[in-house]
Design a protein around this ligand. Structure first.
Ligand code: FA5
Length: 344
């Protein structure tokens, strides 16, 4: 039996030497060490041995088992190491190769400006609202004290879709919609950014499609000085304390009194250039105290509530802030132009 065990050991070691795969090693493990393996079947015959030989044979069998088991383990480790080597060699990457350029996009300059303005007004407790770009004549004009046939409708040349539907010419219809929403019963503090459309001839400062941000503040005892303070804060925040602003009396049918706010031209530092039409100033917004008729139409008690509204042009604001000399740059989507402002 001792010879038998020795033979098993020699045979096993010779076979393990030839093994090339983990599967083969596994098969040998079963064949020699498994429940039905060679060593087990030898041990089964132990009962026939004289009592004094049993422990000797038992010890030898355990030793052979250990030798075979160790040889198999060593083989498995060697095969695994080889496999890892082969895999690493296959997946080798040359870290010294130059990387492939990944073009990183960024927000459009107008989007950044709008978000900056939103942040300021959210900080002042305003809500950000949205309204439809295809708007009803009623909200775009009538609810804003511009009945059909009113001469002031000519101030905003419009793209009509039907008699009652048009591309909104300003964001002011959102004022009317918001006042309607609360049925004239609650104070309002909202801004509304969005695209607007006019049949304007395109030039350095006019585009037939541009953006506006409307602002509306309604509460008890809102005064012109609140409007002035808000606009001043806005101007300083956007352009810095050193930029000049001026308010000019103006006319909008939905505000009384009305003003327009200009900012000194950054392109020419107020000397006069093609951007500011040689005036040194650029108009960026219209504003005023909400006309009592507009408040009444929305159901407000005008004895109790007053309010101010403003409508600004982020395109003009972006031009001033970054010295862009032509509004059309925002809409031709030339990446060489737009990518300069991705950090903005
Ligand atoms: C209005 O549209 C009024 N709804 C603003 C308003 C709101 C007044 C609330 C009072 C109360 P206006 O037509 O002036 O006003 O336009 C407002 C701003 O939009 C202008 O100051 C200007 O910055 C910008 N804007 C007007 N037309 C164009 C255009 N064609 N291209 C680019 N920006 C324009």
């Amino acid at each position: 039996m001792k010879d038998e065990l020795k033979q098993i050991e020699e045979e096993a070691i010779a076979q393990i030497d030839q093994v090339e795969t983990l599967k083969e090693a596994q098969d040998l493990q079963v064949a020699y060490l498994g429940r039905k393996g060679s060593i087990t079947s030898v041990l089964r015959g132990m009962g026939k041995l004289p009592a004094e030989e049993r422990p000797v044979v038992g010890e030898l069998a355990n030793k052979v088992r250990e030798i075979i088991s160790e040889a198999l383990e060593n083989k498995k480790t060697a095969i695994e190491a080889e496999q890892l080597e082969a895999q690493l060699a296959k997946e080798h990457i040359d870290v010294t190769l130059p990387g492939r350029h990944v073009a990183i996009g960024g927000p459009h300059l107008l989007t950044s400006i709008i978000e900056e303005i939103e942040d300021l007004f959210i900080g002042l407790g305003y809500e950000v609202k949205e309204g439809p770009e295809v708007e009803e004549d009623y909200y775009n004009f009538e609810a804003l004290n511009l009945p059909k046939g009113h001469p002031a409708r000519d101030m905003q040349d419009s793209f009509y879709i039907t008699n009652e539907l048009l591309l909104r010419t300003h964001t002011s219809p959102v004022q009317a919609r918001t006042m309607r929403e609360v049925e004239g019963r609650e104070p309002i503090r909202m801004i509304c950014p969005g695209k607007v459309y006019r049949r304007d001839s395109d030039d350095a400062t006019h585009s037939h499609q541009f953006t506006q941000i409307e602002g509306l503040y309604i509460d008890e005892k809102v005064r012109m000085s609140d409007l002035k303070g808000t606009l001043k804060l806005f101007a300083k925040h956007m352009f810095g304390a050193d930029r000049e602003i001026r308010l000019r009396p103006s006319f909008f049918p939905f505000t009384e009194p009305s003003v327009e706010m200009d900012i000194s031209c950054k392109v020419c530092a107020g000397k006069g250039c093609s951007v500011c039409k040689k005036t040194g100033w650029i108009e960026i917004l219209g504003a005023g105290m909400v006309h009592p008729k507009v408040l009444e139409m929305a159901g407000y008690d005008t004895e109790k509530y007053t309010g101010f509204a403003f409508g600004m042009g982020p395109d003009r604001i972006a031009m001033l802030k970054y010295g862009v000399d032509d509004i059309r740059q925002f809409y031709v989507n030339d990446v060489r132009f737009l990518s300069q402002y991705h950090h903005a």
